[in-house]
Design a protein around this ligand. Structure first.
Ligand code: ZN
Length: 284
């Protein structure tokens, strides 16, 4: 990866020239630069599938803040659905990924059969990388659409702060794929910077908050709530719950409590913090 300061490239009439090069880089722009913007940093990166990426750092002079709204939403990031909002919207994982995964598995198999170091290995390796790149692109696009919509429609968004990477590492392959499919990390990251751009509030709550086990109606906390249970009835108040919707309502309530009292989210019955775990920072 080449990471160059302003001296290593020139920006002229909307084109980028690398140092000592007379020809501008033939760039396919992902979006237009705001007028009057001069990039301060350029980063050039080659991905494993052989594509070059140029990223620019700019100081955007435009204020993108949206008109404030009254709406608040909690989001339960899930597996069977990508996420569920506290206002009852379920967003599913895009199905078309399954087809691409089949292709990926075939390409990986073919790669593993090639003799190491041969020309064909390299060809097979690029093929695998290209499919992986396509999957990553599709995911990112899909996530962008969803996060932009959430930010537009809500003033306050509450999510669980999940250590996704650990979860993926510690689970058998199937579940791990399901988890990374849902693209949690990317989703929370996009919400974080978009909230800042557009003047919205994103509240992240502690990952050990028992959002699934707690009855959002009466506060009863179930002993356990295995992943295969999608609906349940509260033994205390008899409320019938959709697992994910109930969790998202709890998440919203917990997030608002943090935002109002600056409290650490740690309701009764939840596990104590593990050593070294990050505490929820109170919102000021
Ligand atoms: Zn209840």
């Amino acid at each position: 990866m080449l990471n160059s300061r302003a001296s290593a490239f020139k920006f002229k009439e909307g084109q980028i020239y690398l140092a000592k090069s007379k020809e501008p880089l033939p760039i396919r722009w992902s979006r237009q630069l705001p007028t009057g913007c001069t990039p301060s940093t350029i980063m050039v990166k080659l991905d494993p599938s052989g594509r070059w990426f140029v990223s620019l750092k700019i100081n955007d002079p435009i204020d993108h803040k949206l008109k404030p709204l009254d709406k608040k939403v909690g989001i339960d990031l899930g597996i069977s659905s990508l996420f569920t909002t506290s206002d009852g919207v379920k967003v599913s994982n895009p199905r078309h990924f399954n087809k691409v995964y089949k292709k990926l598995r075939l390409a990986q198999k073919s790669l593993s059969r090639k003799t190491k170091g041969s020309k064909n290995t390299e060809k097979a390796r690029v093929k695998v990388a290209k499919i992986q790149a396509k999957i990553a692109d599709c995911r990112r696009d899909h996530t962008h659409k969803l996060t932009t919509q959430l930010i537009r429609e809500n003033q306050t968004i509450v999510v669980e702060d999940l250590a996704v990477k650990n979860m993926v590492k510690n689970h058998p392959y199937g579940l791990a794929r399901a988890i990374s499919d849902t693209n949690w990390g990317e989703l929370v990251q996009q919400l974080t910077y978009k909230a800042e751009w557009y003047g919205r509030e994103l509240i992240k709550i502690d990952r050990w908050f028992p959002s699934s086990k707690r009855c959002s109606n009466c506060g009863y906390i179930a002993d356990k709530m295995p992943l295969n249970i999608r609906e349940w009835d509260c033994p205390k108040c008899n409320s019938h719950h959709d697992r994910d919707l109930n969790a998202s309502i709890n998440i919203l309530a917990a997030g608002l409590a943090v935002s109002v009292c600056g409290a650490t989210v740690r309701p009764e019955g939840s596990k104590s913090l593990k050593a070294g775990a990050k505490k929820q920072k109170p919102k000021s």
